[in-house]
Design a protein around this ligand. Structure first.
Ligand SMILES: Cc1ncc(COP(=O)(O)O)c(C=O)c1O
Length: 517
């Protein structure tokens, strides 16, 4: 609300205020039928006039009686507004001589001219964001659709989730929420959930762990961030799979470590090449069960080689086991962590793919001697994860719903994967090459050499298809582009129609790149 002219004078506040030492009764435009109470409108008007400098420090305020009568409203509204301005330090009273704008208000408060956007919307070029944010914003951000469109990656079949069972469990815990459940919790997590996770990981993933080593976190993203904070220093060299998971790259960028891209071959990350590039790396980030995004499983020989190097050099292994529940050709692959009994390995898992991402729940398995370090970092960041959902999740696992859901989803994803691979073959033949393993919720289709994947993704996005360009997973652009195609939340009809649309985009871009040659 901009300060208005004085009644009967046509003068601005400043000119009238300068002219009069006896206070004034400005015409405040009031909206008598609006939702905002009258006292609040009066308060806002004066607060704005004081902050903007229109009413300078020491200026006398009108009497509440005269202002109320000039505005034709009850004195109570004016009194309430003045009381609030007093309480916040905008006004001061001088005994026997009325109310004044407080002397303590600085004369030169940087304010926006009336009518200009508020402080939050203005840009001040002399104020800088951190170097970390500048670097984060500089990461390539491909134009792919972020909505729940066909082939969106990292999206589970959320329509298949047993919502009723889940909401019953949440409601049960919400209804009987005890004092303990409502107060601060353990940075390591809710004990029954940690027990349920440890049991599941021992049985299904051959992870060597006890509940005391499990920390419940808000998704793998936080697990990675805690790991970086607990174990790494700025400029520490860290091996990263190339191509690899963009979320991990973001975390290591924020941690200021030196990311060392290490290429892959058919057996997974090339340890030999890693040693050649940075033999003294402090850590390695790997997705050995199902490499993201290429999908290969790290071979047994390569696992031994990696563990041997890490043991010799004292490097940490950060194992991201994000979707290995879904293997279609064999039983889930045993974790790398279990192979060396957790020595020097931080194991990370998530419920984002097996349940739903908005749960924001994942877990870390931490070597025993490091749990105080991780708990201290967690305490400093956000203390602990919300207890209500942890309690519901503990029951969901304990009562068998979790295992049942995984079994059902494994069948569904297997069918969708088969259909997608078949449709790609049927509609595009040799024009694309499917490279991923029989696992997970996405596959990679390599494009014809020379066809830019970012352009294909952008063209697909324009017609409602959400592919992720493979090159976005690289530190340095690859020789051959591809598309990461999620099929978790893409049903049979969408797969058939989506591949047809994609084929159109790929052929169109192939034509452009041939024409440009
Ligand atoms: C390699 C990898 N790790 C982890 C995640 C899951 O992250 P979050 O648990 O933070 O949702 C994803 C999801 O796409 C992923 O691709």
């Amino acid at each position: 609300m901009a300060p208005a002219a004085f009644p009967n004078s046509g003068m601005s506040i400043t000119s009238r205020a300068k002219a009069s030492r006896a206070g004034f009764a400005p015409l405040i435009p009031l909206d008598r039928r609006g939702a905002k109470p009258l006292y609040r409108q009066i308060y806002d008007w004066f607060q704005q006039a004081i902050v903007s400098g229109e009413l300078p420090p020491g200026r006398r305020m009108p009497s509440t009686r005269s202002l109320a009568s000039a505005l034709g409203i009850s004195r109570i509204s004016v009194l309430n507004a003045f009381e609030q301005l007093h309480a916040e330090g905008y006004l001061q009273g001088r005994v026997g001589s009325g109310t004044y704008v407080a002397d303590t208000i600085p004369e030169h408060f940087p304010h926006a001219p009336a009518g200009s956007p508020g402080p939050a919307k203005r840009h001040n070029t002399s104020r800088r964001v951190s170097h970390t944010v500048e670097a984060l914003l500089a990461l390539p951000r491909p134009q792919f659709l972020q909505t729940a469109a066909p082939f969106r990656t990292s999206q589970a079949a959320l329509d298949q989730f047993p919502v009723e069972t889940w909401s019953r469990l949440v409601a049960r815990h919400a209804r009987k929420a005890s004092i303990a459940m409502m107060s601060y919790g353990d940075p390591m997590g809710y004990p029954p959930l940690r027990e349920a996770i440890a049991e599941y990981l021992r049985a299904s993933r051959a992870v060597d762990c006890e509940p005391r080593q499990v920390m419940v976190v808000t998704g793998s993203q936080q697990a990675l961030q805690l790991t970086a904070l607990a174990l790494l220093n700025r400029n520490d060299p860290v091996w990263m799979e190339e191509p690899g998971y963009r979320g991990a790259r973001q975390v290591f960028l924020m941690a200021g470590v030196r990311r060392i891209p290490v290429p892959l071959d058919r057996e997974g990350l090339s340890v030999e090449e890693g040693i050649r590039r940075a033999p003294d790396a402090r850590a390695v980030y790997v997705t050995p069960s199902h490499q993201y995004p290429m999908g290969m499983t790290m071979s047994a020989a390569r696992r031994m080689q990696l563990l041997n190097w890490a043991a010799r050099s004292g490097a940490w292994i950060i194992e991201d086991d994000y979707d290995s529940e879904y293997r279609f050709d064999s039983r889930p692959i045993a974790s790398l962590q279990g192979l060396n009994h957790g020595e020097g390995t931080i194991y990370i898992g998530t419920f984002s793919k097996v349940l739903f991402p908005a749960l924001r729940t994942g877990y870390l398995v931490i070597p025993d001697h490091l749990t105080p370090a991780f708990a201290a970092v967690r305490d400093a960041i956000d203390i602990f994860s919300p207890t209500l959902h942890q309690a519901a999740l503990a029951d969901f696992i304990h009562d068998g719903h979790f295992a049942r859901h995984i079994r059902k989803m494994r069948m569904l994803y297997m069918e969708r994967r088969l259909l997608l691979a078949g449709e790609l073959q049927r509609q595009l033949g040799d024009e694309v090459e499917v490279v991923s393993a029989e696992a997970g919720m996405h596959l990679v289709a390599l494009l014809p050499p020379g066809v830019p994947d970012v352009a294909v993704s952008a063209a697909a996005a324009r017609i409602g298809i959400a592919t992720m360009p493979l090159s976005a997973s690289y530190e340095t652009p690859p020789a051959r582009g591809g598309l990461i195609l999620g099929y978790g939340a893409t049903d049979a009809r969408q797969i058939r129609e989506g591949v047809e649309k994609l084929a159109g985009c790929i052929r169109e871009q192939s034509w452009y790149s041939r024409a440009a040659d």
